[in-house]
Design a protein around this ligand. Structure first.
Ligand SMILES: [Mg+2]
Length: 327
């Protein structure tokens, strides 16, 4: 993209997203941003891309893409117990579309402002639609949450409800799903919003420092991600399927299969964490304070691998047990 065009687009759509923090010494417009990290803090960095046809359907709403591109990175910092600070945005666009850019920067900007994130640089280029955000945050030195601290006997917890986003994604791309659903129009809209506008659990992640023994965010579904968390801690885990938190909207929409959706649906962006059993009361207090359900739904054990249980019986499953749900 010609540099004058890029400069004009940055001025119009993005420069105002850089002025929310006082620790930005030099933001958008120079060769690199200069940031002043406070003493006593470790920096936490992450990056994630949204690629058309891979992470979203062609024609997806630009406002939602702006929100999600930042939200998935905020969720990674939430999983570390970090506080977000500064973002870089690399945007590749097939054509300059002012309406699209306006909506995209609104979706990105509303979420950025609500978490005090400054956009401090990036680049625009012409090409297939691809959105990459890099996010830097901070956490008091030595206190970042990790995946590796769980021990046998610790309980496995999740925030919010699971599976809503995966059902919402399918509802957004398949009109027949809505026709067959017993969920109300309001419930279906809520499921779609759970995919299009996920809420990163930053306050929870920060509060879990000193309580949780390990933590990660759920992007690929609890079944895959809990296995990763347990493995990173050198443990295995038992998941109790009847304890999985499932929303009333998902239950209405998929009465027979909501628990499979909760296990396997991706894009939840809830937190999955472990804690010693004696932290349960403290976690329930935290849930009440944050008005966010926290649910214990499993236990870590020494034996490697993930075991699914319903009541006291073990559910057998293969590598891809619920292929019929993947459309
Ligand atoms: Mg993650």
């Amino acid at each position: 993209m010609a540099s004058e065009v890029e400069t004009a687009l940055v001025e119009r759509y993005f420069r105002h997203l850089g002025s929310v923090r006082t620790d930005v010494v030099l933001g958008i417009g120079d060769d690199a941003a200069v940031l002043r990290a406070p003493p006593g803090m470790d920096l936490a960095m992450t990056t994630d891309s949204l690629v058309e046809g891979v992470h979203f359907h062609p024609g997806a709403a630009a406002r939602s893409l702006g929100h999600r591109a930042l939200a998935v990175n905020l969720s990674d910092l939430a999983a570390m117990g970090a506080t977000p600070g500064w973002a870089l945005l690399s945007l590749s666009l097939p054509a300059i579309d002012d309406a699209w850019l306006g909506e995209f920067s609104t979706g990105f900007g509303l979420l950025a402002r609500s978490f005090n994130v400054a956009l401090v640089g990036g680049n625009l280029s012409r090409g297939p639609l691809n959105i990459t955000v890099q996010l830097c945050g901070m956490v008091q030195s030595g206190t970042a949450l990790r995946r590796s601290g769980a021990r046998p006997g610790h309980e496995l917890w999740v925030s919010g409800t699971l599976g809503d986003a995966a059902a919402g994604l399918q509802l957004g791309s398949d009109a027949s799903g809505a026709a067959a659903s017993a969920a109300s129009a309001t419930e279906r809209a809520w499921l779609r919003a759970r995919f299009e506008y996920p809420t990163p659990r930053l306050a929870l992640g920060q509060a879990l420092r000193g309580i949780a023994s390990s933590c990660m965010d759920l992007s690929d579904g609890l079944l895959a991600d809990a296995a990763r968390l347990a493995q990173a801690s050198g443990c295995g885990a038992i998941l109790q399927v009847e304890r999985l938190p499932v929303s009333s909207a998902l239950r209405a929409h998929e009465p027979a299969s909501s628990w499979q959706r909760a296990l396997q649906g991706g894009e939840d962006y809830e937190l999955c964490f472990t804690a010693p059993a004696d932290q349960a009361a403290r976690l329930q207090e935290l849930a009440a304070g944050l008005a966010l359900p926290l649910t214990p739904c499993g236990t870590l054990q020494a034996a490697a691998g993930l075991v699914l249980r319903s009541g006291s019986s073990v559910i057998q499953f293969s590598q891809s047990p619920f292929e019929h749900f993947i459309s």
